[in-house]
Design a protein around this ligand. Structure first.
Ligand SMILES: Cc1cc2nc3c(=O)[nH]c(=O)nc-3n(C[C@H](O)[C@H](O)[C@H](O)COP(=O)(O)OP(=O)(O)OC[C@H]3O[C@@H](n4cnc5c(N)ncnc54)[C@H](O)[C@@H]3O)c2cc1C
Length: 462
């Protein structure tokens, strides 16, 4: 394997040319944070971190789109950095996941999402994607009615413009399989503040609200709603922590989250201590999760959007690992899946000595246009099953859940542990109605197989 650190588009083109000349495969890696094998490469691997700038994208934009805000970002910029650059320009990402360590192209290529049933995941915030493709050609790809004026583009840009829905909605989530992403045009919004309230509720009451429609009404009435639930029953019920966030035009922030959660998520020694005690005394796990949830209460907290979206810490990067599953956002799915997890948790503890060291997060996302998005064309609920590296049986737990969730129709997140899909290619076929178009586009974009990777092969996407 050879590693490269391109600093500009000419470097990327030279690396692709060399790979093509030698008949090798080439791929890019972002921050390398995917838990799955989606970023694994052989032959040539490019680290994109030196490409980390962004600028406003104005001139070639068609007149009818000029009141919107667009930013041209380099592929290797992290979410953390773009948030700060946008802030200085009075702009912001409309949504993001729970952390900001990812690169923007890495987040895009696996369909990274946050929460908000009317808010987009990463592929749906992107309006154009520039890739170095076959023959080292620089290609600018947009939907059929894309934002760029072709006449102006052809007069000022050297890249080849493709405005075609199938090409765009296939490329925008493609695990690097169409080419090396060089730049992205992101639609952003004016900078905003978010007000957050987090309250505790027992599962039996939340379940009633799911059944009578009150909970989903709240999900649709607020900008960003999510909840976390203790998979263990304590005092006859499962404790839930519900987060309700809405966009607010407050000039400055007030209130705060509990500092205990922040410290826990950022100090590796504390996470290691947690893992040791879970392994030594597995029966204490339930109470530990309960304490974390009780400490998550927030009466009133207002802050700049990206601080409120950020919900984790650096220590989680080292020890956190999970499988996450997408379902149609129907209350009955949420109830069935969570109650299945509750039963399994009891069973695993009693019979298999396996423990969940974490609560179960539940998030909601708007329907996506990206052909391989797990929220393609439907409002989606994501149910995450996080655990910690080196807790006893952590991989066995994730594999058992993958098997069960796939049977229940849950689509695993491309960037999280999803190895059970390798033997369930038929399930992938059934879940993604545009899969044949995606495969056709990939063959057209990559006729020499230079950007093919083992992940695409193992998922049966060839
Ligand atoms: C602590 C933690 C928290 C997380 N929280 C969330 C969350 O809240 N929501 C969520 O949806 N996910 C979450 N994830 C998953 C994470 O967002 C995804 O796995 C994401 O893809 C990682 O981004 P990355 O920059 O590390 O990409 P990598 O893992 O490095 O790469 C991902 C894919 O992108 C491709 N790629 C990267 N750059 C390029 C390029 N320039 N050109 C072509 N292909 C490229 C790679 O080849 C690979 O296929 C979390 C992960 C961690 C570790």
């Amino acid at each position: 394997m050879r590693y490269f650190y391109p600093e500009n588009v000419e470097d990327i083109q030279a690396i692709v040319s060399e790979a093509e000349h030698e008949g090798l495969r080439v791929r890019a890696v972002g921050s390398g944070h995917s838990f799955s094998e989606v970023a694994k490469g052989r032959d040539f691997l490019m680290d994109m971190k030196s490409l980390r700038d962004a600028a406003k994208y104005v001139l070639p934009v068609r007149s009818q789109f000029q009141s919107n805000h667009y930013v041209l970002a380099d592929a290797g910029i992290t979410i953390h950095r773009i948030n700060r650059l946008l802030d200085a320009w009075g702009l912001a990402l409309e949504n993001m996941g729970a952390v900001d360590f990812q690169t923007i192209s890495g987040a895009l290529m696996t369909g990274t999402h946050g929460t908000g049933i009317k808010k987009p995941a990463f592929p749906d915030m992107i309006r154009a994607i520039r890739i170095v493709g076959t023959n080292s050609e620089l290609i600018h790809i947009e939907p059929t009615d894309g934002i760029t004026d072709p006449v102006m583009h052809n007069a000022t840009e050297s890249s080849t413009l493709i405005q075609d829905d199938d090409t765009f909605y296939s490329t925008v989530l493609s695990f690097g399989g169409m080419g090396i992403v060089y730049q992205l045009v992101v639609e952003v919004v004016p900078k905003f503040m978010i007000h957050e309230r987090r309250y505790l509720q027992n599962w039996s009451d939340l379940k009633k609200e799911l059944e009578n429609g009150d909970f989903m009404n709240m999900v649709y009435a607020h900008d960003f709603v999510a909840f976390r639930v203790n998979p263990y029953k304590i005092d006859g019920d499962h404790l839930c922590s519900i987060s309700v966030q809405k966009i607010e035009n407050a000039p400055s922030g007030d209130g705060r989250r509990s500092w205990i959660g922040k410290i826990l998520a950022n100090r590796e020694a504390l996470v290691e201590g947690f893992i040791n005690s879970v392994n030594r005394n597995p029966r204490s796990t339930a109470k530990r999760i309960q304490t974390v949830l009780k400490n998550s209460k927030v009466k009133s907290y207002t802050d700049i959007s990206y601080n409120v979206f950020y919900n984790s810490g650096a220590a989680v990067l080292r020890y956190g690992i999970s499988s996450e599953f997408a379902f149609d956002a129907k209350p009955e799915n949420i109830i069935n899946v969570l109650e299945f997890i509750f039963k399994q948790t009891e069973y695993y503890e009693d019979y298999a000595d396996l423990n969940h060291p974490s609560h179960i997060p539940v998030r909601f996302v708007k329907p996506s246009h990206a052909y391989l998005s797990s929220c393609y064309n439907r409002p989606t609920v994501y149910i995450d099953i996080p655990t910690l590296y080196s807790t006893i049986g952590y991989m066995s737990l994730l594999e058992r859940y993958q098997r069960a969730m796939i049977k229940m129709g849950g689509i695993p997140h491309w960037g999280k542990i999803n190895n059970m899909l390798y033997s369930n290619n038929d399930f992938i076929r059934e879940q993604f109605p545009m899969i044949d178009t995606w495969i056709r586009v990939r063959h057209r974009m990559d006729p020499k197989g230079t950007f093919l990777n083992d992940f695409i092969v193992l998922m049966g996407l060839t």
